[in-house]
Write a protein that binds this ligand. Structure first.
Ligand SMILES: Cc1cc2nc3c(=O)[nH]c(=O)nc-3n(C[C@H](O)[C@H](O)[C@H](O)COP(=O)(O)OP(=O)(O)OC[C@H]3O[C@@H](n4cnc5c(N)ncnc54)[C@H](O)[C@@H]3O)c2cc1C
Length: 370
């Protein structure tokens, strides 16, 4: 039986641990913290392949959405998965034209994307107040949705445990051991040492530091994102909504999560997680134009997530160059891709053929030795 250690219990590592355990490996999943509290716990978590060029990355994300459905079928229930669709609204002649062209390109690629009229948008989202001006366009992406990241990780960790995996929260990997050019195990902060045939680095935005323990240079370019969470609304959105200046989605129990790229730029990793932040007020103000019920609600939580973003923006997935048995898995869009990567990591790490869908995302393109 192959011994696998997975470093990091976010959506990527937990998916890998579950699939490795299901394939019959002796799995240990290690996290320096509580599983699901890294970037996975601070994500907008939109499941999509909507703006994901080039074609290979788009196709990987399409497969990622499909893998959520496969995971749901395998586990028999999917409390984390909200297949709500996405509704995007563009205002102004140029933006409306761009959205129309975008939908045409996605349709040509076989992606579920439709232009809809104002009435249909209102039917889909009866509690959203859409702009009524003439130069407005709406697109509906019915196969998209969102995932509850922490719940997905808890579900995967429980499923991996049920298959015999050992899960060690609150204990960080401090050394990666090698015997010649092969990985031989890891050492933990607690002093525990563990032998392994395969070690998977799925440590998200910390993956560069963990890879350095094996003498590797893994280039990341992390960025920050701010999420503002509201008190429960009587009538909130049903789906993921992209509107000019803000996007939002349900968060469960009537709460709504708000985000936008421009307010992301107003925070840093050290910004206090304070719901009174000016950026949170700004998100609330913008979203209030679309959600009248926000007037009676407030922001109760500010979350700041740090994207596990490889320097060139694309996933780094595969065996590390020059270290047999050491597998790297770090990506943005991990909420969409996590369950798929879990399948691919398990198959490749345990010796099956390399999956051609990962051909352009291999570590060799950017990972070097220190
Ligand atoms: C604001 C924001 C919005 C986003 N929106 C989307 C979106 O809409 N759709 C989408 O698909 N993706 C989105 N993402 C990206 C997505 O959330 C991430 O790609 C994904 O959560 C990364 O998961 P992960 O498992 O790689 O990392 P993480 O969830 O960060 O997990 C890594 C784990 O490794 C552990 N770790 C680190 N170092 C060690 C060590 N030495 N030893 C042991 N454990 C260690 C950490 O404690 C952590 O739990 C967003 C991200 C952000 C920040």
């Amino acid at each position: 039986m192959q011994r696998a250690v997975v470093i990091g219990a976010g959506v990527v590592g937990a998916s890998a641990a579950y699939r490795l355990a299901a394939t019959g490996a002796a799995v240990t999943l290690v996290d320096q913290n509580t599983p699901g509290t890294g970037t996975t716990g601070n994500s907008f978590a939109w499941l999509n392949a909507n703006h994901k060029p080039p074609a290979a990355y788009h196709a990987l994300n399409v497969a990622g959405i499909d893998a959520h459905a496969r995971l749901a079928a395998d586990l028999g229930a999917a409390p984390w998965l909200h297949r709500t669709g996405n509704l995007t609204c563009a205002v102004g002649a140029a933006a409306a034209e761009a959205l129309t062209a975008h939908v045409s390109a996605l349709q040509a690629a076989g992606y579920a994307a439709n232009l809809i009229d104002h009435q249909r948008a209102q039917d889909l989202e009866p509690h959203v107040q859409w702009p009524a001006c003439p130069e407005v366009a709406f697109a509906h992406f019915p196969q998209e949705g969102w995932a509850d990241g922490p719940l997905l990780v808890r579900t995967l960790v429980a499923a991996a445990r049920a298959l015999g995996a050992q899960v060690l929260p609150g204990d960080g990997v401090t050394a990666i051991r090698r015997g010649g050019d092969r990985v031989s195990g890891v050492a933990l902060a607690s002093g525990t040492a563990m032998a392994a045939d395969v070690v998977v680095i799925a440590a998200g935005r910390w993956s560069d530091q963990v890879a350095a323990l094996a003498g590797l240079r893994l280039p990341l370019a992390p960025t920050c994102g701010l999420l503002a969470v509201t008190t429960p609304l009587r009538h909130g959105p049903r789906s993921v909504v992209y509107a000019p200046g803000v996007h939002f989605r349900p968060e469960g129990d009537g709460r709504v999560v708000l985000q936008d790229g421009s307010t992301d730029a107003m925070v840093t990793p050290s910004t206090p997680r304070d719901p009174a932040l000016p950026a949170c007020r700004e998100l609330w103000r913008r979203a209030s134009a679309y959600l009248p019920d926000l007037a009676a609600a407030d922001i109760v939580e500010a979350r700041i997530g740090i994207r596990a973003l490889p320097a060139d923006g694309y996933p780094i997935v595969g065996f590390a160059p020059g270290c047999t048995g050491l597998y790297l898995a770090v990506t943005h869009s991990g909420m969409t891709l996590g369950p798929l990567l879990g399948e691919l990591i398990a198959a490749e790490a345990l010796g099956q053929a390399r999956d051609p869908r990962l051909a352009t995302f291999r570590p060799e393109r950017c990972v070097g030795h220190r």
